[in-house]
Design a binder for this molecule. Structure first.
Ligand code: CA
Length: 234
């Protein structure tokens, strides 16, 4: 997919080398880029320049990425892609739970970077266009009518399975954390009941996947959550 509109991306990252790498890559793809070296100036650029998307490093000199995410979520629904080092696993999950949309672990490939950005920008398009039908591969979900099909055959799923699936569909291509899913489907009092997810995701996979042990659509992100693979963004 190519972008019709040149999106403005804000990169908040203190490491100059990573910033330069991102800028080169994004500009080559036709995106416009603005940069901030710390959380404070990043937050003020969000207000002054209204970027379409933010790439946010978790380790910043003045405040961490989790705090930046929490602050900006108070007034903005802007898509946020978090950059994390391997040692920041727990911070990454906290940033996602605070409202970041997805993450990339350093070092990342340009392929991964672009797939994540495409998924994020599509999420925005879907939100604004009120998507009725989602389709990827042989999986089709009719959101208005709450119906699910595999290769045009209707699959009967329970209300809870449907709620789980529809959350993943709304975030297609993006990771959704265990906590987010548990909170949205079962409520705040069950955010630690990860076995619910294992049971219901298992059931969904049996209904939707050719090989539930090697899922094509409903991927596990170990220690983080689940991701519905969207063919359109790779
Ligand atoms: Ca850093």
């Amino acid at each position: 997919m190519t972008e019709e509109v040149k999106s403005l991306i804000l990169v908040i990252e203190d490491d100059q080398q990573t910033r330069r790498l991102l800028k080169t890559n994004l500009c080559n793809r036709g995106w416009r880029v603005i940069e901030a070296e710390n959380g404070k100036s990043g937050l003020s650029l969000i207000k002054s320049d209204s970027p379409d998307l933010v790439i946010l490093d978790l380790g910043l000199p003045d405040m961490d990425g989790i705090s930046v995410t929490k602050r900006l979520r108070q007034y903005s629904d802007l898509p946020v892609l978090v950059l994390s080092a391997r040692s920041q696993e727990q911070n990454k999950i906290m940033a996602l739970d605070a409202g970041a949309d997805d993450y990339l672990t350093k070092p990342f490939s340009t392929g991964e970077l672009h797939a994540r950005l495409q998924a994020l920008l599509r999420r925005v398009m879907r939100t604004t266009s009120n998507m009725e039908i989602f389709q990827t591969g042989e999986l089709k979900v009719e959101l208005g009518r709450r119906r699910v099909f595999i290769a045009d055959n209707e699959v009967h799923i329970t209300p809870i399975e449907y709620r789980l699936l529809s959350i993943l569909v709304r975030h297609a291509g993006l990771v959704v954390t265990h906590r987010q899913l548990l909170k949205e489907v079962w409520g705040n009092e069950h955010i630690h009941d990860q076995h619910y997810l294992r049971v219901y995701m298992g059931q969904l996979r049996h209904k939707l996947e050719i090989n539930p042990a090697r899922p094509r659509y409903l991927r596990t992100e170990v220690g983080v959550g689940y991701r519905l693979i969207d063919d359109e963004v790779g």
